[in-house]
Design a protein around this ligand. Sequence first.
Ligand code: BGC
Length: 473
Amino acid sequence: MTITHTLPKGFLYGFATASAQIEGGGEESEKESGRGDSIWDAFCDQQGKIRDGSHVKKTCNHLEMFKEDIALMRSVGANAYRFSLSWPRIVPLGGKDDPVNQKGIDFYNNVIDECLKNGLTPFITLYHWDLPLELFKRYGGWLDKDKIVEDYTNYAELCFRAFGDRVKHWLTFNEPWCTAVLGHGFGQFAPGHKSNTEPWIVGHSQIVAHATAAKLYINKYKSEQGGTIGITLNGDWTEPFDDSPENIEAAQRKMDFAVGWFADPIYLGHYPESMVKALGDRLPKFTESDLKLLKGSSEFYGCNTYTTNTIKATRTDDEFAGYTTMDFDRPDGSLIGPESQLGWLRDVPWGFRKLLVYLYQRYKMPIYMTESGWAIKDESSLTVEEASTLLKIYLDDQGRIQYYKGYLQALKEAVEIDGVDVRSYFGFLDNFEWASGLIPRFGSVYVDYETFERTPKDSARSLMKFFKQNVPN
Ligand code: BGC
């Protein structure tokens, strides 16, 4: 009997993390490691910013436990590991003329080598939100395009030089929308600014920084190192509430403000018309040389997606949603998917398939699925004592298994039936969930935050089993 595999040879699958979410083992070891503070350290220091008062300095202690983590990923069957480099761990003060922390370089060299030793392809994000605090103090970080582009590109080049002999998959940014909107619009993330002008500047700076660093890689390092570089954007499917022309148009406008804001300039060379019209002078303009840099600056589409929303044209003040009303309800009063621990997250696999088709048709790029995942409702409401006796509850994570089952089936259909070129899929570990602290548990691996002990949940194995069956050896 011949087995027909759905996904292409070389398909990458495993777990995704970010430096600020998993590295910290406590104040002492962080100090000892020579890492500079990031804007998240300062944010966590402020009372009331993090839901449970937890701190980036003490998360999962990956700094000391990376070997164990990598062995664990391998033992459940992963073939790749997506992680981010902490800019302030490598350049503590961040700037192009500031000193480099050799301990930081050594740490990531060890992580990369350990991945390769265990047969995991390292997939690296250069920036996952932990801006060196000093750059924010010096000139406002992403608010000063020219300065930050220079400093970011210098940091990126340092990484290409130090790690590019072994790293063949690079992401310039993780979800620039979050830095712009959550960090500078709603103020829910570091640096905690609330503004209706800053987000558009911060978004613009990140787009230009992406293009500058990526082009540097493509022009100077790619031929020798043979890797590929792109950007990862967040974006959830927007389903029109019904088939009225206003709601259909609103759903597209929401997509423009969430995905098109970054993807249209990068892949199509301009901001979406709906944003230009709505924002006027608040939306910065690209210069001729920016446009040249942007063209061909992302060699694939990196996609993080978690859910789907239903969209109505009913006007709101939410600029970041394109003035639409976002919800989960349908005309018959039903909701489009079950609840999770987080208000914004529902399980809607058919929306994932539609999103993949939309992105592939609009941007015509191979897609790397760099994140997706599920936080089971009330998964972390038990105390540590209860958890240790009732650990089974966490480990037998049926809700998460259900989510991945649906999303993986949708992925299969998008590839097999719709012909979308998808090349990776990464799930999640329990970790520091930014402003939500350690409360939501997204992971397929349970982490005891007191002892740092890890235990794979059932979903880790079922997720990897799917890929074993669907990816040819
Ligand atoms: C981020 C992750 C985060 C996840 C779940 C994504 O937007 O890239 O860092 O853990 O969402 O909240």
